[in-house]
Write a protein that binds this ligand. Structure first.
Ligand code: ATP
Ligand code: MG
Length: 216
């Protein structure tokens, strides 16, 4: 079965938290193709000032040396708000119904999952692999899980990564990855303060930000 991982985000800008999480989940779940999908107009963020083109260009630079990672600009090519459900349907149309699709998500994103557009349909089209993000409440993450399981009889929580391999969609799993306390918010703030962001993100991305005078 074909296995695809998806990491959606604002990537404002991309950093090693994103990259390391994607790498470790790919290794753990034996996924060979990871799509990094920048949101054009994310519904949960109303203060994105950096253009989608810049954010995508930084993703492209950050992943260019990894043949398993690809920049997927489908949300940039759509107008209106970027909804995950539309992205999944569009990926499904390309990959067919039997590919295993796994949405990678940090626990902070997952705590808002039940406010996402048509969230009840999302697990019909993909699995979800969750990682705990530093400084987020573990109880909040685990409390939501049973709620979702209750609502969808065809959704299952699993700790066995093989389950995700053997079916196209419908599993939620919580995975351990190296906890990196890095966020785009803190990076934007560091640029504003003219503080160093070295070793938080690839040098190529730092150079791009300086060249284009982003996050002033
Ligand atoms: P911001 O501070 O602007 O919200 P961010 O660092 O949270 O940015 P996003 O683009 O919002 O980055 O995140 C995209 C996805 O990556 C989300 O699912 C988020 O939980 C996850 N993620 C971001 N940073 C990390 C990290 N350090 N460790 C694990 N997951 C992360
Ligand atoms: Mg975030």
């Amino acid at each position: 079965m074909k296995t695809i991982g998806i990491l959606g985000g604002t990537f404002n800008p991309i950093h090693y938290g994103h990259l390391r999480m994607a790498q470790e989940l790919a290794d753990d779940l034996h996924i060979d193709a990871i799509h990094f999908i920048p949101a054009a107009n994310p519904p949960h963020k109303n203060s994105v000032t950096i253009s989608a083109e810049h954010r995508a260009a930084m993703v492209d630079l950050a992943i260019s040396n990894n043949p398993h990672f690809t920049l997927d600009v489908r949300e940039l090519n759509r107008t209106g708000t970027s909804y995950t459900i539309d992205t999944l349907l569009s990926l499904r149309a390309e990959l067919g119904s039997d590919a295993s699709l796994t949405l990678f998500m940090g626990s902070d994103a997952f705590t808002q999952f039940n406010s996402w557009h048509r969230w009840q349909e999302i697990l019909q089209h993909c699995h979800i692999a969750l990682v705990q993000r530093p400084h987020t409440n573990k109880n909040q993450t685990s409390k939501l899980l049973p709620k979702i399981l209750e609502e969808f009889l065809h959704t299952h929580y699993t700790e066995n990564g093989e389950d995700l391999h053997n079916s196209a969609a419908g599993y939620i799993t919580m995975r351990q990855v190296t906890a990196l306390d890095i966020s785009s918010t803190a990076i934007r703030e560091a640029f504003k303060q003219q503080a160093s962001t070295r070793y938080l993100m690839p040098d190529s991305v730092i150079d791009y930000i300086k060249t284009h005078q982003l996050y002033k």
